[in-house]
Each structure stands twice: as C-alpha cells, then as structure tokens.
Design a protein around this ligand. Structure first.
Ligand SMILES: O=C(O)CCC(=O)C(=O)O
Length: 286
C-alpha cells in the first residue's frame, strides 16, 4: 500500500467530503432574501393546477405520510372538494370558507415533473438528502395554507436535520425556541423518532398560553416572519411552530451534510431497537 493511500484511509471519511455550509448558519436561525426557489417562467399555482390538479386529495402523500391532518379532513368534506385542483381554485379565489392546511406535500412523491424547477439557495447546500431516495428525511415539500392556519404543536424535526424554509407568497410567522428550551415546553414523554413527533403540548400562538403552561416563562422564544422572497435557515433541533399571517404558499427542505450527518445517523440507529420491539407479536397492538 502506498503512503498516500494509507494516509487517505486513516482520515475521517466525512471530513474529506466538500462542505460549504457557512458555520455561522449553525449558531442561530438566519433569515435572508434570495432568488425564488421556483425557477419557472409561469406562476407555481398555475403549473401545479395544470399538471397535478386532478390528483385526489386522499392520494396526496406527505414526506411524513399525511398531507392533510386527520383533524382537518372535515373541511374538505364539508366543501365537497376531492381534488388538489379544486382546493387550489378555492384558495386562489380567497374563499371565506375554511380550507384544510396542505402540509408536507412531497415534491418527489406527488409532483415529480415539477421537482427540477425548485432550486435551493446556496445557504441550503450542500444537502446530501435532497434526492428522491431520501424523501422521508429531506423532502422537499410544499405548504399551502389560508390566513390563520398554522402547524399547531411546537416541535423539532426528526433525526437532527437542519430545515430550510422559503416563502413563495404571503406571510408566515415562525415561533422558535433554542434546543435547550425543551425542558420548558411540556414535551410528551417518549415522543421520539421513529413513531412520534418530537412534540410539545404547547401550540405556540394561543391566547393564555402562559397561564396554562407556566414554565414557558423561562423559555427564550424568538419570532421571525417570512414574506415572499425571504428564506430561513433553521439549525437542527430548534423547536418551532408556524402561523400563516396571510394566505401563504411556502417551500421547505430538510438538510443533512457534514455538519449534522453523524447525529442524524445516530438518531436513526437509536430508533432501530424501538422498531424491532414494535415488530414483536406481543407489542404489535400497542
Ligand atoms: O410551514 C409550516 O407551517 C410548518 C413547517 C414545519 O414546522 C416543519 O416542516 O417542521
């Protein structure tokens, strides 16, 4: 074996991979303006309606499974709408009727012909999980929500990913808490990957939340609003939730690269014994 080969072999394999992520981005959530991630000469919702309007809402797939929360399905039932095109038409008309919040709409799984027109800003790169094989980890995905809709529970995205958000139209408000604030956020016990979201009981923007959850007074919340043309880099393990201040269309992608790949792998590995125990016949009904 030559000397140079031996040297290469002993180096940290991850350290040798290119990584242009700005280390400053890892310190705190960072908002910035950038070119639109939608790089097509026609508006996104026109193309979306034309190309994929016929898809049934019940067939839409989110990167985590669902696209419309079970608790919101009654809204489309009440309106008698069944397809993505019908939902988008009402959304664009600015209907007064309540539409379900379309979340986590996976580009790879639902909209593969549009995937090529979404181009991430340099701040979201390198991203080792942006390809279709890693859809469960990385997305990317779209969110379409009326004014007043929002994500709901404060949460951390699974397996230590960073998250990149881009606001395509309208305004979205983010409520953010640093990773160490988990102890003040009334977490559900055992709420860990792979079965449960890493969720808090708190839905951030509710009235009277401090009376109901007094420990929140010790937390360190930050608010950031994104308007069309603005992006947010959210480092791994920051707690967050959202509120659509106006009708809103946004894009997001989860990011793994040299900065967090080992912790992402470790979190996956921690999930394996739990996955195996779930498969055991005695635990199947739990
Ligand atoms: O865009 C939203 O409303 C919420 C997105 C979010 O919190 C997430 O993907 O983790």
């Amino acid at each position: 074996m030559s000397m140079s080969h031996a040297t290469t072999f002993t180096q940290d394999p991850i350290a040798r991979l290119p990584d242009a992520l700005d280390p400053a981005l890892l310190q705190a959530p960072t908002k910035f303006r950038c070119a639109s991630v939608w790089q097509h000469d026609r508006p996104l919702l026109d193309v979306l309606t034309e190309e994929y309007g016929v898809i049934a809402l019940r067939d839409l797939v989110g990167t985590y499974g669902w696209c419309i929360r079970y608790s919101q399905q009654h809204k489309s039932d009440a309106l008698g709408i069944e397809t993505l095109g019908e939902l988008l038409e009402l959304f664009r008309q600015g209907t007064d009727q309540a539409l379900p919040y379309l979340m986590h709409l996976s580009l790879h799984r639902n909209l593969p012909r549009l995937r090529q027109y979404f181009v991430d800003p340099p701040q979201f790169k390198p991203n080792w999980v942006a390809s279709s094989w890693a859809d469960r980890i990385g997305g990317p995905e779209l969110f379409v929500g009326q004014q007043g809709t929002g994500f709901g529970p404060i949460h951390i995205d699974h397996v230590g990913v960073h998250v990149g958000f881009y606001q395509l139209s309208g305004e979205k408000r983010f409520l953010l808490f640093p990773p160490d604030d988990g102890k003040y956020l009334y977490r559900y016990p055992g709420a860990e990957f792979p079965w449960q979201l890493r969720n808090s009981r708190v839905h951030g923007f509710d009235e009277g939340v401090h009376e109901q959850y007094p420990l929140l007074r010790h937390a360190h919340p930050r608010e950031i609003s994104l308007r069309a043309g603005e992006a947010l880099f959210l480092p791994a393990n920051w707690w967050h939730t959202t509120l659509n201040v106006t009708d809103s269309v946004s894009y997001s992608v989860r990011i793994v690269n040299k900065s967090n790949a080992l912790s992402t792998l470790a979190e996956y590995a921690r999930g394996v014994p739990r996955a195996v125990s779930r498969l055991l016949p005695a635990n199947r009904s739990r």
